[in-house]
Design a protein around this ligand. Sequence first.
Ligand SMILES: [Mg+2]
Length: 222
Amino acid sequence: MRVDAVGFDLDATLARTERSRAAILAAATDRVGAARITRAEYLAAHDEHSGGDTREPVFAALLDDRETNVNPAILAEAYREALADTFAPVGDVLSLLGDLRDQYRVGLLTDGPVATQRDKLDRLGWEELFDATVVTGALPAPKPDERAFDALVAGLDTAAESVVYVGDHPQKDIVGARDAGLVPVQVRYDDGPDTHPAAATAVRRDRLVDELPSVLAGLDDE
Ligand SMILES: [Mg+2]
């Protein structure tokens, strides 16, 4: 193949949420001056009071048990913010994408609501990083629907068979890209899914920034 362009998944591929929910909870309570809530207390309240659009009822129940003036809506918002703050690049993604853009067109294809995904890009400072950015919340269906990949390919202004798509999810990213005619590269991480047979190759996420340029060069045989 000739590689003209590279498309990326966002969540768990270029950026990830750190897993310590207990630390996120501590950050949220500290931010609003509330007493610490244990993870066990949070989970018990969550089981009983979740289901709405926000976590406000969960925090209202937790705060009811304490003598406090903290507003549950403000604590719920602090928790949402603390959660969003842990979404971080998997390495020096800025320099990787900068280097790739010298040689290829570079795109992003991500599932999720447009506002949510744009907010993540805004927080990362990545809004201007891609030649094409497609959020499937604006489309009829998410990945692995072929129309999602078609929109990326159209945005990159090339042919599907010249686009490498890099993602972590075996069905959504790897099978989806393959079925739409792109060349899938699977990002792997500890305790994550095995390499899907539809992947052209795989690369470890903690090696992505260092190794992707040579992986792409290896796929580009023209
Ligand atoms: Mg992903």
